[in-house]
Ligand binder design. Sequence first.
Ligand SMILES: Nc1ncnc2c1ncn2[C@@H]1O[C@H](COP(=O)(O)OP(=O)(O)OP(=O)(O)O)[C@@H](O)[C@H]1O
Ligand SMILES: Cc1cn([C@H]2C[C@H](O)[C@@H](COP(=O)(O)O)O2)c(=O)[nH]c1=O
Length: 202
Amino acid sequence: MLLTLEGLDGSGKTTAWEALRPAYPEATFTREPTDSWYGDAVYRSIAKEDADPLAELFLYIADHADHLSRVIRPALADGDLVISDRYTDSRYAYQAAMLADADLARPLEYIRGVHGAFTREPDATIYLDVDPETAAARAGATDKYERTAFLAEVQSNYERLIDAEPERFVRVDAGRSPEAVIDAVEDAVARLVDAHRDGDRD
Ligand SMILES: Nc1ncnc2c1ncn2[C@@H]1O[C@H](COP(=O)(O)OP(=O)(O)OP(=O)(O)O)[C@@H](O)[C@H]1O
Ligand SMILES: Cc1cn([C@H]2C[C@H](O)[C@@H](COP(=O)(O)O)O2)c(=O)[nH]c1=O
């Protein structure tokens, strides 16, 4: 089963992802951008204010392709539970916002289309829902993504993704204390894993 955590910068994904580890010692915990050299290239681009957004998109896609073949597909083939801190929805939400002014008619649909040919869709996605101001403040506003106005665009793209596939997403109110958010994520993951296991038995 492939479970992903999504949300704005500072929504608390990594905090929740780390908190899940003890309950699922056999699971594969992974993330995007990855810690490979493809992921390093992505982080170099993130640090460049004037990076070309289309070139940046394809760095993320290269990192995702490597992540799929090296980590995700082998773990799923072994029957592992895979929990990824960010995955394809981050690309659809963030890079569609980055490409909003580019010469592309429908950036979100374009990015989904490129992935459609090769990706593995998540079985379920937990969306940590926090307002853009709180997100930017928590994240520290250290790079070009961690700005309130940009994160508001990203948030509206996430909402479009949720509207399109409401059955895949579990929304968690991430404006609460870390303890409350972690409890809600742990409950959601336990329910999703049980439901998936029951489904496998049918
Ligand atoms: N519910 C919360 N309330 C207040 N602060 C929080 C909460 N959750 C996380 N934080 C703090 O906000 C910062 C960002 O948290 P975290 O790294 O978990 O978020 P993230 O969604 O993974 O962000 P990014 O996508 O930028 O990596 C950290 O300093 C963390 O301690
Ligand atoms: C996977 C992915 C990530 N991003 C952005 C979102 C964050 O600002 C940075 C780094 O991620 P981290 O979780 O803070 O380490 O990358 C993105 O724009 N598109 C993506 O596909």
